[in-house]
Design a protein around this ligand. Structure first.
Ligand SMILES: NC(=O)c1ccc[n+]([C@@H]2O[C@H](COP(=O)([O-])OP(=O)(O)OC[C@H]3O[C@@H](n4cnc5c(N)ncnc54)[C@H](O)[C@@H]3O)[C@@H](O)[C@H]2O)c1
Length: 353
């Protein structure tokens, strides 16, 4: 449902970026490059990070206090790239100050906080968008097309490995990496997760897993297994999608041939007479689809601008963000209970204002 009229004023939306740590610089560059947006300043409370920004972009406005950004009526929107545990307070304050917000993944660290943000955005009629960049990625969208067109048939299961020797973070590896896998899976399968089980390892600090193995069950019965780790020898970003008609291998680190579609499978005919089942293997061609060359972060920001202008939901929408937080929360709960399966609550279709 569109909430706003299309703006008659097509001036670029004045957008500030909050957080200039590891990821913020990518957002700053993309905000500066998008014609729908006008960069309105950087806010980082760390003087060293603010200085690093100024050294690169002379003369651009810098704020050390978020309140000054929120009080500036000339700023329409905020792009937030601060650590996950800070998202709720920053995003809530920004929405209440009348700003549209794109916040890096995950939307929040608890479902209670995520629901509160959806409600706050609805109350203030502002666009709230979590930054699930992968739903804008060309290989992910190619596979989405194949699933939607029925090319893969019924999706039986998906496996996903996201590992490297990565940056250690206090929120744990599930909060850091699993939102990527969850966003891709929810986008592809377009159905809710009903149950989550997870095990993992916290080698250095109790309660901060560096590695987790998460198993998801979707409403149709499709399964997915995600392995995420910061403690692995090389960078792996691989997914396998097994369907009744085709199978797909997706390697996000591949320079070319990131998506490969295999006409492979197994057909099983139930026994007509006692004990005589028929099993045939199919091993046909492998096809490498052509992929668009586009930067996902740039497409994400274009969608943010479109959502603000029209009131339409962005592809990476707050409801998707909430579903991801619910699955993440269930995974963390299961991890604490040694892998016990946790039912995921039904997400209300639309959170009331
Ligand atoms: N989409 C992706 O692929 C991707 C990749 C990496 C990180 N991220 C996300 O980006 C976000 C930031 O991650 P990071 O690794 O850059 O973190 P980081 O710790 O490197 O940087 C965070 C920055 O935010 C600043 N900050 C914290 N609180 C602030 C406040 N109240 N006001 C102003 N500045 C504040 C810090 O000083 C720091 O410079 C996280 O949500 C993370 O999940 C996304």
């Amino acid at each position: 449902m569109a909430r706003r009229f299309v703006s008659v004023n097509n001036a670029p939306l004045r957008t500030a970026v909050v957080g200039y740590g590891y990821w913020g610089p990518n957002l700053v560059r993309n905000v500066m490059e998008r014609p729908e947006l006008e960069f309105a300043g950087l806010c980082d409370r760390d003087a060293g990070r603010a200085a690093a920004f100024s050294a690169r972009y002379h003369g651009q406005p810098v704020f050390s206090d978020l309140d000054d950004v929120l009080a500036d009526d000339a700023i329409d929107a905020l792009v937030v790239a601060t650590p996950p545990r800070t998202h709720h307070a920053i995003v809530r304050a920004a929405l209440e100050a009348g700003k549209h917000v794109l916040v890096e993944k995950p939307l929040a660290t608890t479902s209670e906080d995520a629901i509160d943000l959806l409600e706050t955005a609805a109350r203030h009629d502002r666009t709230l968008m979590p930054g699930h960049t992968f739903v804008y990625s060309p290989p992910v969208n190619k596979i989405k097309e194949l699933i939607s067109a029925g090319t893969l048939g019924e999706v039986y299961f998906v496996t996903s490995s996201r590992m490297n020797l990565g940056k250690y973070q206090a929120d744990g590896v599930i909060c850091d990496l699993a939102p990527h896998d969850l966003s891709i899976l929810l986008y592809w399968l377009d159905e809710p997760v009903v149950e989550v089980a997870a095990t993992g390892r916290s080698v250095f600090q109790a309660g901060v897993p560096e590695t987790a193995f998460i198993t998801l069950t979707f409403a149709s019965g499709a399964n997915a297994n995600i392995q995420v780790s910061w403690l692995a020898p090389r960078k792996v970003r691989e997914m396998t999608i097994v369907g009744s008609s085709r199978m797909v291998q997706y390697d996000d680190t591949a320079a070319d041939e990131a998506v490969r579609v295999f006409d492979r499978g197994m057909e099983f005919a139930p026994p007509k007479t006692f004990g005589e089942y028929q099993l045939t293997y199919r091993s046909g061609d492998m096809v490498v689809p052509r992929l668009e060359a586009a930067e996902p972060l740039s497409l994400e920001l274009a969608d943010f601008a479109r959502a603000i202008r029209t009131g339409a939901e962005p592809r990476s929408n707050a409801q998707l963000g909430l579903e991801i937080v619910l699955a993440m929360e269930a995974a963390e709960e299961s991890l604490r209970r040694n892998g016990e399966p946790i039912a995921v609550e039904n997400v209300p279709l639309r959170v009331a204002a």
